[in-house]
Each structure stands twice: as C-alpha cells, then as structure tokens.
Design a protein around this ligand. Sequence first.
Ligand code: UDX
Ligand code: ADP
Length: 475
Amino acid sequence: MNYQIKNICCIGAGYVGGPSMAVIADNCTNTIVNVVDLNQERIDLWNSKDLSNLPIYEPGLKEIIKRRRGKNLFFSTEIKKHISEADMIFISVNTPTKLKGIGAGEAIDLKWVEASSRKISQYAKGKTIVVEKSTLPVRTAETIKNILNSNTKKPNVDSNNQEFYILSNPEFLAEGTAINDLENPDRILIGGDNNNAIQALESIYSNWINKDKIIKTDLWSAELSKLIANAFLAQRISSINSISALCEVTGANIKEVANAIGKDKRIGELFLNSGPGFGGSCFKKDILNLVYICKYYGLHETANYWQQVLEINKWQQERISNLIINKLFGTVVGKRLSILGFSFKKNTNDTRESPAIKICKDLIEEGAKLNIYDPKVKSKVIEKDLNLKESIDFDNNSELGEWRFASNIEESAVDADALIFLTEWEEFRSINWQNISNKMRDPKWIFDTRSIDLSKEAQKFGFNIWMIGEGKNYS
Ligand code: UDX
Ligand code: ADP
C-alpha cells in the first residue's frame, strides 16, 4: 500500500477540526478537505458570506477561509457522502468529561467518538486511514478499531472492500494562537502500527513542516503524550498561582519571581503567568481523565498528585472572588461591578471552563450587579454559562445579584465600584482612564487578575489597585 491522500474528511467542525483542516487545505492545495458536522447551524456559520460570522474567532483564520473555502475546503452536513469519498478521515469531535455512569466526573465521554466510528464503519469504502485528533483516553484506538472492523467481519454484508488503518495524531494547538501553532508547531506526533499509513499522514504534514519535527510512536504512547503534555502545562500554572498568593502576603512580586526562575533553562520562561486559574476545554478534562486512569490501575498516589493541580486551580478562583468581596468592605450587595473579559484567555471567543464563569457566579450569588464586557463573547453564551438570564435593567430595590451585557468598556464602568480584569485582551492596555474614572463611583477599585499592570496610568486617577501576586498595595 502506498498512499497518496487526495480526499480528506474531518468529522467535527469545532475549535480543533475547523482551524486544523483550514491549515491543511491551505498547505495541500491539491487535496480536497471536507469538514462535516451534525450541527447545521455551525456549518451555516462556517459557510457564512460575512467572515466575521465564523463560529470560531482565531486570529488569521478568516484569511485562510477566504483563500480556500469553495476551492479545496468545504463545510457540510453531508456526513455519509464525504466519509464514503475519503481516503483519510480525521475524528475531531467533542470529548467532554462523563456526567453519568461509571467514571462520571472523571472519565471522558466517548459517545461522540463511538458515533463517528460507527458512521465510518457504515459508509467508508476501500482503504481508509482513520486519524484520532480529539484528545482521548489511552487505548481508545483499540475501541475505534473494534467498531470499524465490526462491519467488515460480518458475513453477507457488503463491506465496500473496507480496510482500516488507525493513527493517533493529537493536536497541540492552543486557542487564540491556533493558526500560528498549526503553521509552526513544536512537533507533530503520529502514533500507529502501520508504516504506510504513518507515511501517508507524514506526507500531508511535510508540505509545510520539516520532517525532523515529526515524531513517530506507537498508538498508546501518542495518546498518553497528549494527556501528559496538558497535565504538565496545567501543573505549571497551578504552581505559579499557588506562589502568587504567597507573594501577596510576603511583599514579593510574582512577575519578578517568574522572571528570575524562568531564566533557568531547565525551568524555562513560558507559561509562568499567574492568573485567575486556567480554563479551556482541555486542562481540567485531561487531568480528570489522567486521575481516572491512574485510579483504575491502582496508582492512587499518582492520582492524588495530579488531583492537587485541579484543587489549586479551584482555590485560586475562589480566592479571587473572596478577596474582591473583602476589599469592597465585606459586601457587594447592590454594588455595580465591571467585569472585563469573559473568555478563558485572550484572542478566543471560547468560554469553556473560563475562570470568569465561577468568579461571576460567586459575585452574583453575593448580590452584585455585574456589567460584563468581552470583545468576542456574545451575551447569549454568557447567559448559558451563568445559567442566568440577562437583566434588561438592574433592579435597585432588589438585593439579588444580576448581570447585564455591556457593549464596550465605558458602558461597563457606569456607576461601578470596581473594574475586574478577568481576561488579558490587548484593548485593556489602552484604556482612557480619565473617561472611565469619571463614570465610576468612589472609592473605586481595579482588580487585575491577569498582571495587565495598569497601575502607572490608573493610579493618577485615584484608583485603589489590587494586582495578582503583587505584595505592594497601591491606593
Ligand atoms: C491547551 C494547550 O496549551 C494545548 O497545547 C492543547 O492542545 C489544548 O490545551 P488552550 O487551553 O487552548 O491550550 O490554551 P492555553 O494557552 O494552554 O491556556 C489554557 C489556560 O491557562 C488559559 O485559561 C490561560 O489563561 C491559562 N494560562 C496559560 C495561565 O494562566 N498562565 C499561563 O502562563 C499560560
Ligand atoms: P473541540 O474543541 O474538541 O474541537 P467542539 O465542541 O468545538 O470541540 O467541536 C466538536 C464538534 O464535533 C461539534 O461541532 C459537534 O457538533 C461535532 N460532532 C460531535 N459528534 C459528531 C458526529 N457524530 N458527527 C459529526 N459531528 C459531530
């Protein structure tokens, strides 16, 4: 078997499938790439004429869509058709934590992976390479293999001369920098047990990636490496966040500590920003899954060790809402607070596991009236995340917490006692302080949970400033 991949199908048009297929199509212009999804609304948005309506915001994405959509990149709900035409199929569906049954709250729910595998087994024709892109528990490839081969083994079933080869090709892109990460990855990891299939996938990537960046392993090592990469990254954030609290009480400065330790090559400078806790669809889910796997194999000490990374993350979020309430004289009942940033990091419209969700919920629970502004997150998404309808107008006679969407920073600051920075969007670095401070109520506060470091300018306008990991208190 020597493959030339002419037709790719990707099941799942989400944050991973959409951008990664766009970059493949952009670099392999002779290959047809069909991205399919069950969700018609999402596909319609991918096909929208106005590129600002794409379902995912990623810097650089709309330029690629403009270049390739309708040429060799297509978005559709015709799953059967595109599976049957493909010689390589990527599975990029959602793999959230299980909510019910065995392993609930820890294990990954594989129902979408299973459903996709069944569709492939039903419709694929001839030799087909199936590539796991979603982060999956170790040995999921085995499950996929069993499902795929179930059809070919049945007597009297026209199995379309099916022959399947399974590869694990975990995606390491980070949201907000996805296009750059896909175009210039640190490495590409391909796990598999069939050299021809591995080479076929390698030949796709070698269109724009140097061969020495392509690592080949067995299937399970590839699956496990993805989980462990995320666990190590999350662990760094919990480590620095735990020290941010120590800096605050001892008078040290977390940025200086991070800079000093990061200069040691063995530690490294990246991923040492303390903040309100990590969010995103991967870190929590993957660590929970790692904890589950360790417990399953009786490795309780290993499970407890990684569980602590999650405990610190939860504690950091709670610590921030508590200290906001304490600084605002022990109560936020009826107080207007401006929430700046709701996505889990800058340059994405994704709010999955965003620390803003827990912090806003806590403040609402305490009776605060929140004006929430985010440059890319829509009010409908916030409503769903907070599980609370947006108020049309705040009820000043009610002690109940409420929230409203603000369409810019100025609007969010009206009558507010505090600006609470929860995401590090660039536009927050060029605030018109005169304008904002005139709109607010005294004494006014800034809570900077992202080390945006607004102190120099804002201090001139009489703000009290709390900065994460900063021992000195400005006021
Ligand atoms: C992560 C991994 O980085 C990526 O390799 C994997 O494929 C998917 O999971 P992502 O969740 O998209 O990517 O973003 P990332 O940049 O890792 O940030 C995750 C969270 O950690 C964010 O909430 C971010 O604000 C936070 N973070 C990151 C910090 O608090 N401090 C840092 O120094 C870095
Ligand atoms: P990720 O961040 O991993 O890309 P998303 O939730 O953004 O996750 O995207 C996953 C996509 O997969 C969703 O748009 C969902 O509708 C789609 N999906 C899930 N199951 C199937 C399936 N069986 N067939 C086609 N698409 C699916």
